[in-house]
Write a protein that binds this ligand. Sequence first.
Ligand code: FES
Ligand SMILES: [Fe+2]
Length: 335
Amino acid sequence: MNPRFPFPAYPNGWFALGFTPEFPEGEVVTRHAFGQDIVVYRTRDGLRSSDPHCPHLGAHFGFGGRVIDDKLRCPFHGWCFDAAGQCVDIPGAIKIPPKAKLRSWPMREQNGVVFAHYDAEGQPPEWGIPMLPDDGWTPNQTVLWTVRSHPQEILENTVDSAHLIPVHAVNSATICRAPVEEGPMFNVALNLIADGAIVNMPGTVNDVVLDVTMHGLGFLVSLCEVRNVGLLARQRIYCTPIDEERTEIRGVVNLQKFSDDATDQQVAELFYQAYVYDFALDFPIWENKVYRDKPILSNADGPFMTYRKWARQFYSGGVKTAVEPLSLQHVEVRA
Ligand code: FES
Ligand SMILES: [Fe+2]
């Protein structure tokens, strides 16, 4: 449990562990997610991952482990594990103990992002994250932040139309399409009117439609159409809870190509810079707020409760609906 929230620290679903170039062939890469290290390595059949410590005498594969013939080789005594995590070779041994097995994590790699599937009860994935088209879009421009918050809290921002004026300096923000839910998918669309200076277009007033789709609590794609200039940008957010308090946020920006490569790249860079600046404006709020389980809402607020009800499906053990933790209320009073 994250002590700040009445739901588990680690929701079930697909969560990003990094971008494709971070996982070169032959290397054993360590990532921290869901409160533990995970080692990731590339074989001819794609990416594999496992718990970090060898079942033999506990060496950490991320410190000297190697990939040999698509097998993970422990740095300590050379035991080798196949893609399913089974030990298949022990130097000098005739018999392999059947219990010599590693837990391996379901993995996916798509659109330049590497995912692991987390399930609190070890259940296999029942749904996936859809592939996005790459053709016709500028290359991925990426960013990584670590924020003291929780994926559910971060993605709640998408239904919070009322914060866009004070935090993101837009002139007006309205939900222009009510949420659509389909299993692990949640979609909502917002219309923003914003001063062009925010994206280095001084003197214009931008009319923007944000069409936002979440797939679980680890992934969000937002199509950002600037209607007055006919541009379409795509922003992706990947939230990965790394421990009970912190979440890594990976962002990716693409622009739909509309001109020659040099112009596309120049405009994509503007969108990227604006996005990185704008997204980080929420961080001081997220890191210092408390979670109101039963917020007092007005008709100016977005569909928070629809979103929160949808989010419950990602917790195996259900969600407490208790009042906010007393200790945090105390901190708030003192502040
Ligand atoms: S600790 Fe891994 S082979 Fe001995
Ligand atoms: Fe925000």
